[in-house]
Design a protein around this ligand. Structure first.
Ligand code: HEM
Length: 206
């Protein structure tokens, strides 16, 4: 009888298998550009994390007086644009190919949760910019959160937002994306919908 130890042992065995992470064949239908969009999203996320580490190491205001840090801030900003752009295209691809089929429901849910967590991650980044735009956003959105009963999230508190943007949210997002990609590796990419085999009867033309 299966208990949690045997289940965990089997699942960990699959997750840690070299065959899971380094397969030597790829389904033919997965070789097009449409199937690269998830990897492009993941690659943008790696650039985001690396540029974010450099920014965090230099302190919250360094981008405004150090040209090298300003460049890294621009890389950070543009990789956010790429991340959301590729994520939206990836979402359309997985939607139109019905990629939740064949036991891939959890892959879908993890992707959707990653999308939801990505939004406050980006938003808190705008808040710690410190310019007038970010202060305006913080104060306006604070009213919204108060109305929702989420008063403990104090958006005008730059320290809390720094912790959220630099530690809490990116770590959470990394874990969710990691679990999403692990599910994809375990379940592989969904096969296309079957072709419609019923051909319409041709009318006899007089
Ligand atoms: C946070 C950003 C995301 C990353 C980094 C990511 C990454 C990936 C990667 C690398 C794949 C492998 C296949 C491919 O590249 O097309 C994949 C597949 C998949 N993704 Fe995402 N994804 C993200 C967001 C989402 C979202 C928002 C959804 C849907 C709500 C989603 C649902 C799926 C599903 C269902 C599959 C399985 C694909 C299949 O079997 O064809 N993903 N994802």
């Amino acid at each position: 009888m299966a208990n949690w130890t045997t289940t965990a042992k089997r699942q960990l065995g699959e997750i840690m298998s070299v065959q899971t992470w380094l397969p030597d064949t790829m389904p033919e239908y997965a070789q097009g550009f449409m199937y690269m969009l998830g990897s492009l999203t993941a690659s943008s996320f790696v650039v985001l994390i690396l540029s974010g580490i450099v920014l965090a190491a230099n302190g919250p205001a360094a981008w405004s007086y150090n040209p090298a840090v300003k460049f890294v801030a621009a890389v950070h900003f543009w990789s956010v644009q790429a991340f959301f752009f590729f994520m939206m295209l990836h979402l359309w691809r997985v939607f139109f190919t019905g990629a939740w089929r064949g036991g891939r429901g959890m892959t879908w849910v993890l992707g959707a949760v990653a999308f939801i967590v990505a939004i406050p991650t980006a938003f808190t980044g705008f808040l710690i910019n410190g310019d007038l735009y970010s202060q305006w956003n913080a104060v306006q959105a604070k009213d919204g959160l108060n109305a929702l009963g989420l008063g403990w999230v104090n958006l005008p508190n730059a320290g809390q937002m720094f912790g959220m943007h630099v530690v809490v949210l990116p770590l959470t997002l990394t874990l969710i994306i990691g679990a999403h990609i692990t599910r994809v590796r375990l379940k592989s990419v969904v096969p296309p919908y079957p072709e419609n085999v019923s051909t319409p009867v041709k009318e006899d033309t007089p």
